[in-house]
Design a protein around this ligand. Sequence first.
Ligand code: NAD
Length: 300
Amino acid sequence: MSRAVDFDGQVVIVTGAGHGIGRAHAFMLAEHGARVVVNDVGGAVDGTGSSPVAEEVARQIRDRGGVAVASTDSVATVEGGAALVQRAIEEFGCVDAVIHNAGILRDRTFAKLSDEDVTAVLEVHLLGAFNVLRPAWKHMVERRYGRIVLTTSASGLLGTFGQSNYAAAKAGLIGLMNVLSLEGPRYGICVNAVAPTAATRMTEGLLGELADRFDPRHVAAVATFLASPSCELNRHILTVGGGRVGRIFIGVTPGWYSGPEPASPDDIAASIEEICSLSDHIVPQSGQDEVALIQRVLGT
Ligand code: NAD
């Protein structure tokens, strides 16, 4: 039976595919006909250490009849990102999609964060995206095709106590998505993000008795769709966990208009309810859409 989502030998890089959600992505992609580059350094949740998990996952995929190779390059460095993309091209000849999923945690309240807690987390999640996507992008632009899936988090978009480093990195990925999703379409490249909730070592003890419901495969189905040639979505953040799939978006309201003269702080205070009202919000597709909204409010 033919499937709507079929990779037909397309090449997909999955970062952080040795454990948890990334591992589920790798298996599901291979089951849907992708040739998968399973990337992972195999460290602990805090990013320390290394182990051969990438090779284990690649071997398990091959044992089930799929096509996969391993890469142990760290996405946290420019060299590692370049080597990962190079490995995919040398092994399979091209890169059709990248799912940037690698991640670590160094949770501390803001007062207790060390310099290393900040840089280590930004390097894997946010700089990791640049390190892998910059070489992959050049290649996708040449081929006039690509699918990119970033992994953000409710923590970054909505906030979680004790995760300032992680949340800033995850929100930064949405800034990156917003721009790449404007620059990509002329080259046939779509860029989207998933905000997952899944039972993995990263969430151990956090989901309580609901943990069984949060199989990482719920997330893998969404990421696999977004990475596939069937996906024509662009600039979407899909939130997924436990079988529920929804959308998170950034909205802008028309707000309150002071008139041509600058308002006083007292005017702002008096109008704060109208300023903060969510009525008639739009979901802009670029910064330009907010400019158009301002022009409408100003009657220009
Ligand atoms: P996980 O720890 O099981 O998997 C993360 C993987 O990334 C690990 O295998 C790790 O070795 C790998 N990794 C870390 N640093 C790397 C590097 N420098 N280079 C290559 N690989 C590296 O955690 P998970 O829960 O599966 O998380 C996957 C992604 O989903 C992460 O980006 C995480 O922030 C995000 N996320 C997870 C949840 C959740 O509920 N589990 C919620 C929101 C976001």
